[in-house]
Design a binder for this molecule. Structure first.
Ligand code: ATP
Ligand code: MG
Length: 203
């Protein structure tokens, strides 16, 4: 374990950022005593198609986190051209900041995907996973999966927080159907979506 600051990383497509992301980050900050959380929107994702342009996703993240002093926007992945890989991002962060202990904050869906990512064992070496429950996954299944990852070297902390069923996919569908999203995203993000006419033509 490194001796310096404890920094959380919230990676995501953030298409758009929503209250579930913020709740996750706040729970991680409180329960893991993180000094800072970096919100790191993806650039061009090789995993998702038809994603809104990076600048607009970045703008929404900036609006959503402005009021939280320990949350910061990181453009490390957004500014990279081509695919970005978490293992490489963590490698360059830990090389530049060798004293920092990084915590990679994820919802349960990612716990079930991370083995398919590039070089997962390097991810486990460079960051502690901080995992939250999420909609379809019960805690037993999560722990079982977690134990398998631990056998491959992962260090995992589970967050104790209420399940939130908010997703960006659902928000995009709601906007397209002209349903309200004001309880799902910060008001600044709702305004931005309206102003920029985002998601009305999602297919
Ligand atoms: P999409 O529906 O487009 O996949 P999303 O809501 O899953 O979007 P992402 O940007 O893909 O949002 O997620 C970024 C991170 O936040 C992931 O680790 C994901 O598991 C986590 N996350 C998102 N929403 C929630 C939620 N409601 N509860 C717990 N974790 C969440
Ligand atoms: Mg997702």
């Amino acid at each position: 374990m490194r001796s310096g600051k404890k920094i959380g990383i919230m990676g995501g497509t953030f298409n758009p950022i929503h209250n579930g992301h913020l709740q996750l980050a706040m729970a991680a900050q409180d329960q893991v005593s993180l000094d800072q959380i970096l919100f790191m929107p993806s650039g061009n994702s090789y995993m998702k198609r038809n994603v809104l342009e990076t600048q607009k996703r970045v703008d929404m993240v900036a609006l959503a986190i402005a009021r939280y002093p320990n949350f910061e926007l990181s453009l490390v992945e957004a500014q990279k051209s081509g695919n970005t890989y978490t293992c490489e991002t963590l490698k360059s962060l830990t090389t530049s900041n060798p004293d920092v202990q990084y915590y990679f904050i994820i919802g349960a869906d990612i716990l079930f995907q991370i083995e398919q990512w590039r070089n997962p064992e390097q991810i486990y070496q460079l960051a502690v996973l901080v995992c939250a429950v999420r909609d379809d996954y019960d805690f037993d299944a999560i722990q079982k999966k977690g134990n398998l990852l631990k056998a491959s070297g992962a260090d995992i902390v589970y967050l104790n927080m209420p399940k939130s069923d908010i997703s960006s996919t659902d928000i995009r569908a709601k906007v397209k159907s002209s349903l309200p999203i004001s309880k799902l995203v910060p008001s600044e993000v709702a305004h931005y979506i309206e102003q920029e006419h985002l998601y009305y033509e999602e297919d």
